[in-house]
Design a protein around this ligand. Structure first.
Ligand SMILES: [Zn+2]
Ligand SMILES: [Zn+2]
Length: 129
């Protein structure tokens, strides 16, 4: 008799699939962006080579990671430091800007946000982080 093949196994599988999907999608747009643009940070103009390319990241201009137009118009290559700074600015803008209704959630760019919510509903005391 199987008694332990219920929801937790399904959830694990779902999580793994979701992670894989996100990783795949990220590899996809990163590679495209790196082919499209010179390997230079759009803020501090630091130049990158293969050896330090992992410190060059793809920023989404409108902060929407689902918005990946083929012409690359929503991508900007930023070094990790400038990328961080860019998100801090955006977060501050959202937090202290005109709209008080938008809160932190809108600015933290966590691809797992929706998933975490689903998890918390299911399993409130088992936060993976
Ligand atoms: Zn930079
Ligand atoms: Zn970004």
């Amino acid at each position: 008799m199987s008694q332990n093949d219920g929801t937790s196994g399904k959830l694990d599988k779902l999580l793994a699939e979701q992670r894989e999907y996100i990783a795949k999608r990220e590899r996809g747009y990163r590679e495209r962006a790196l082919k499209m643009y010179p390997w230079v940070c759009g803020r501090c103009a630091r130049e990158f080579t293969r050896s330090n390319l992992r410190e060059l990241t793809v920023h989404h201009v409108d902060h929407d990671h689902d918005n990946n137009p083929a012409d690359g118009s929503n991508w900007e290559l930023l070094c990790v430091y400038c990328h961080d700074e860019e998100h801090r600015k955006f977060e501050a803008y959202v937090r202290y800007g005109s709209s008080t209704e938008k809160r932190r959630e809108a600015a933290t760019h966590n691809p797992f946000a929706g998933l975490r919510e689903a998890l918390e509903n299911k399993n409130a005391d088992d936060d993976p982080n």
